[in-house]
Design a protein around this ligand. Structure first.
Ligand SMILES: Nc1ncnc2c1ncn2[C@@H]1O[C@H](COP(=O)(O)OP(=O)(O)O)[C@@H](O)[C@H]1O
Ligand SMILES: O=c1ccn([C@@H]2O[C@H](COP(=O)(O)OP(=O)(O)O)[C@@H](O)[C@H]2O)c(=O)[nH]1
Length: 953
């Protein structure tokens, strides 16, 4: 990229002091005497123009906090992590200059913040509002957790204050037109940045934490992910271009570096650049603002970028720091306009700005703000189902949906000019056939962002790859219409591990007999004349959209309805749309479908509308039949978009295909599992003959199938896939020769049972304090899955909401992970097993028995009262769910209690009374176990009352 020289170090601040407005949320001058506020930084790593900090400064003391939360950081590229570290270092320095500091704490935000709030007795937590789905959930989690935090002497929990940096001065940001044209007509004034806040730090000694290095962070993030997740993330490190070259065997000839997520390279000393290529600005707020001042004044800089595309320079340079909030969008706008005024003696021409850099900066931040507002105001197509979610990809806002709780994952990708709503009559239908369906509006279309970049088929393939990795999280059956079909085929070619099967619905791309590779052009520039071409094309499309759409629906033109036309027109007026259209002139679809899907044919379904006006369907089908005989081809009576024109016909085809492809997949899996199991069996037989138990551990560690933390589970899953779980477990590997080797000493396990609200958790806390056991609450582990949006998160949420029991395999797997990763040998497993099936699964998978089973016996009315007062914001703590939970407890948990009673392991404790009284009855039970006394923190005296504790042995 030809970048002209931007001054490395801007020697003095070119910016003037400017008038700053007052933050609306904090215009009152009243201070909150004696109170402490926590300001939680996420994507607002600055002090300048920070309304949250300003509002918090009304408190007597402010604690600026950054939480190193894996759920947030794991979505960053390596470059972004590096930029964030630089910004955090700077933020800390700036705060220190003011006599404050930046606190850095590791962990889940809800726990870190709740603990800090208790520690410093904070009254308020300030946090910037979010639009991204996973971040909104993190924020929700924090809010709920804080609702349950009561500080002694305080009547109410600490309040959480959500703040924004409003770009436009508007009473309501949630009631704005959805069309850019209409929005511009409002001529909303752009708000001014607020001044940096001054505030005091709390007097007490606090642990501020140290700044991590990039390697620290990478290790920290790696730890939290399983092997598959780490492998997938690795996959995302290399750009599509690089993988393509590798696949085509061209890599040696090209000396290219990964274009997506290479490391930043060497920071250019004494400059605002963080890359040796000098194409990314980084640093703290002051550095970035100075770089901006330099950029604006270096007009030749932007004209140098004209070679690529006018206006593209700004996002390239400043996009990453804007996404981390090191500078706010409105500060950028303010600086650009001030500079424009400076050039023109205070005058702003109504005909446009005199400096190309000012246009580039203002256009970019206005465009970013527009897509932010669309995200904020996202509608629901159907109130009940298609709730739009937002995902951020490389800083761009992308819309998507997910429907369905069970079954295989399915991804639907639309065609050129369309959006996720083009699958309006497919999503629910496919989900109702027991599938989980994700639909995405890809970058540049619908209401997803349309940044000023060069759009290529490889960029879109990368977007889909990252969506699969970050959002879907497992391989999916990928359906694509038109150009979406080509993207999907490209993804299957480049990253086959992500794709279970491919469904091409009137896909773009050729089918070429005797194809031999042509060199792929690496230089992606906008072809000469593309800009003009795109403008003319846009004009033509806008004018003819209705007719063109109807032509694509020859059998059922009524389906080309006002909804589609209006949304296409709306999107066609969005900022940035011309750049997307330019891509039509620059696409490279030269790799034919039959080449891309070689080896994948058996996993490919082609649905071809035979009345497609855009291509020659007869020819395409004939060629596919000839060249890819293993593909399944369904010819249907429809035009270019059969899924939307005749959904009633296409949906069953897709659903049947998924069932078939999934069972084929399982057959394959079974075959490979059975091979692996045979292999393990062979090893097992061999070893059984000549080795001792101790050696089994080595077998377990050596076997690729049972490597990693979930050895026995993987084995079990494979076995149950073969429906020989029991026989495999008992016949081939006897318990005493188990693959999961016993640790030196069997762990001490306590199951804590009792109805909902019987006080299990409360007593567990006291047991932990006294005897140092590790507490594993099954309910908490499941709720953590929900909060972390793991693949089972949605399913668990739905079950918990309904008071139902989560499948044993899921819960036991979570418990197993905790047991295996813990150094402790003494566990309190709280709220588990809930059912006999849970119990059997635990015994089968973990191969351990509890030493003690506590049962907190509590009358129903008392449990109801406690649960309804629990006030932890739990979704299931309401009377309707509570009734269901009690029913389920009586029906399913009682048999477990009886089982342990018969085994003589049950200790029944009357759970009515004060917490301390009840604990007095727990103490002697644990006291009677020598191994627990070792680490007991107190020397508890027995006050065992025979009427209160009953051991059934
Ligand atoms: N002995 C007790 N008396 C009154 N309230 C209690 C007692 N033990 C616990 N609680 C309260 O009842 C609610 C439920 O207790 P918790 O330990 O969360 O139950 P469980 O784990 O069984 O669902 C909590 O709000 C807790 O503070
Ligand atoms: O082993 C378990 C533990 C919990 N749950 C689910 O998690 C909910 C809450 O359980 P928890 O132990 O957290 O709360 P309690 O019901 O004991 O108050 C239950 O109603 C179940 O829906 C489950 O399915 N399996």
């Amino acid at each position: 990229m030809a970048l002209l020289a931007l001054p490395h170090l801007i020697p003095h601040r070119l910016r003037r002091n400017h008038r700053r407005n007052q933050c609306r949320c904090c215009s009152s001058s009243a201070t909150n005497e004696g109170s402490t506020a926590v300001v939680w930084f996420k994507h607002d790593l600055r002090v300048d123009d920070h309304p949250g900090l300003l509002a918090a400064s009304k408190h007597s003391a402010v604690i600026p906090l950054y939480v190193l939360d894996r759920r947030i950081l794991s979505r960053y590229t390596t470059d972004t992590l590096e930029l964030a570290i630089i910004a955090l270092e700077d933020l800390r320095k700036t705060l220190k200059k003011q006599g404050s500091n930046l606190m850095l704490r590791y962990g889940n935000a809800e726990n870190v913040i709740a603990d800090l709030v208790k520690e410093v007795r904070a009254h308020s937590v300030f946090v910037e509002e979010e639009v991204e789905y996973h971040l909104c959930n993190v924020l929700d989690g924090v809010k709920k957790k804080l609702e349950g935090v009561y500080l002694s002497g305080e009547g109410k929990p600490p309040r959480i204050v959500f703040w924004q940096t409003p770009f436009y001065e508007s009473q309501s940001l949630t009631d704005l037109p959805q069309s850019w044209e209409e929005f511009k007509k409002l001529k909303l004034p752009i708000s001014l940045p607020v001044p940096a806040a001054r505030f005091s730090s709390p007097g007490s000694e606090l642990q501020w934490g140290s700044l991590p290095t990039l390697d620290d962070l990478k290790d920290y993030l790696k730890e939290s992910l399983c092997e598959k997740e780490n492998n997938w993330r690795e996959m995302a490190q290399a750009s599509a271009e690089r993988v393509l070259m590798e696949r085509l065997g061209n890599l040696k000839e090209s000396s290219m570096e990964p274009i997506v997520d290479g490391s930043l390279g060497k920071k250019v000393d004494n400059s605002a650049f963080v890359t040796s290529k000098r194409d990314t600005v980084g640093g703290g707020n002051e550095t970035v603002l100075n770089a901006l001042a330099g950029y604006l004044r270096c007009i030749s800089y932007e004209s140098g970028m004209l070679l690529i595309r006018p206006g593209a320079s700004f996002f390239k340079l400043f996009g990453p720091v804007l996404c981390l909030g090191i500078v706010s969008r409105r500060s950028v706008h303010y600086e650009a306009i001030e500079y424009e005024k400076e050039r023109n003696a205070g005058f702003i021409s109504p005909f446009g700005y005199s400096a190309a850099t000012v246009s580039a900066a203002t256009d970019t931040v206005r465009s970013m703000e527009w897509y932010y507002l669309l995200a904020l105001n996202r509608e629901r197509i159907d109130e009940k189902r298609l709730a739009i979610r937002i995902w951020r990809w490389k800083g761009y806002l992308i819309q998507y949906t997910v429907v369905g709780n069970e079954g295989p994952a399915v991804l639907l990708v639309h065609g050129f000019g369309a959006f996720l709503e083009h699958y309006r009559d497919n999503v629910d239908n496919i989900a109702n056939s027991k599938n989980r369906v994700w639909t995405i509006t890809v970058l540049g279309f619908g209401k997803s962002e349309k940044p000023n970049i060069i759009y290529t088929e490889l960029l879109w393939a990368e977007l889909l790859r990252d969506f699969m990795i970050e959002v879907v999280g497992e391989p999916a059956h990928c359906v694509g219409n038109s150009i979406g079909g080509y993207f999907v085929a490209l993804m299957a070619f480049l990253w086959p591990a992500l794709v279970k099967s491919v469904v091409l619905v009137n896909s773009a791309g050729n089918v070429v007999p005797g194809y031999s590779l042509l060199p792929i052009s690496r230089e992606r520039r906008v072809p000469f004349g593309a800009q003009l071409g795109a403008r003319l094309l846009l004009f033509f499309l806008q004018f003819n959209v209705k007719k063109l759409l109807k032509d694509c629906y020859p059998v059922n033109p009524a389906r080309a309805d006002d909804f589609l036309v209006t949304e296409m027109l709306r999107a066609s007026r969005d900022p940035g749309v011309v750049m997307v259209l330019e891509s039509i002139f620059g696409f490279d679809l030269s790799l034919p479908l039959n080449y891309l899907l070689k080896g994948f044919e058996e996993k490919t379904l082609v649905i071809q509308g035979m009345k497609d006006p855009i291509s020659d369907p007869q020819k395409k089908v004939a060629l596919l039949k000839e060249l890819c005989p293993a593909m399944v081809i369904k010819q249907v009576n429809a035009g270019h978009c059969p899924h939307d024109e005749i959904p009633e016909e296409v949906n069953p085809i897709i659903c049947e295909w998924i069932v078939k492809a999934t069972s084929d997949d399982q057959e394959e899996l079974k075959a490979s599992s059975s091979q692996q199991i045979c292999h393990i069996k062979e090893i097992a037989d061999k070893w059984r003959k000549k080795t001792t138990k101790k050696m089994w551990r080595r077998v377990a560690l050596l076997s690729p199938m049972i490597s990693s933390s979930s050895r026995s589970l993987t084995l079990n899953q494979a076995a149950s896939g073969l429906k020989v779980g029991e026989s495999f477990a008992t016949d081939i590997i006897k318990p005493e020769e188990r693959i999961l080797p016993p640790k030196e000493k069997a762990p001490f396990i306590t199951f804590v049972l009792g109805g909902p609200g019987s006080g299990k958790g409360t007593q567990c806390e006291k047991i932990v304090e006294t005897f140092g056991l590790q507490h594993l609450s099954a309910g908490d582990l499941l709720r953590r899955e929900i909060a972390m949006h793991t693949e089972n998160g949605d399913m668990i949420l739905n079950l918990i909401k309904d008071g139902k029991i989560v499948p044993s395999e899921v819960t036991v797997k979570l418990i197993q992970k905790e047991l295996e990763s813990s150094d402790s040998r003494k566990f309190l497993i709280d709220g588990f097993p809930r059912t006999e099936e849970n119990r059997v699964a635990f015994e089968r998978i973990i191969r351990a028995d509890p030493d003690v089973v506590l049962f907190f016996d509590c009358p129903e009315e008392e449990m109801v009262k406690r649960v309804l007062n629990r006030n932890q914001g739990r979704i299931d703590d309401n009377i309707t769910t509570m009734k269901k939970r009690l029913k389920i407890f009586n029906a399913l948990n009682r048999p477990v209690i009886d089982y342990y009673k018969n085994k003589g392991k049950l200790y029944t404790i009357n759970a009515v009374g004060t917490v301390d009284d009840i604990f007095q009855h727990v103490l002697p039970i644990f006291n009677s176990f020598e191994q627990l006394k070792e680490s007991s923190h107190v020397n508890p005296q027995s006050h065992l009352g025979p009427s209160l504790v009953e051991n059934s042995s």
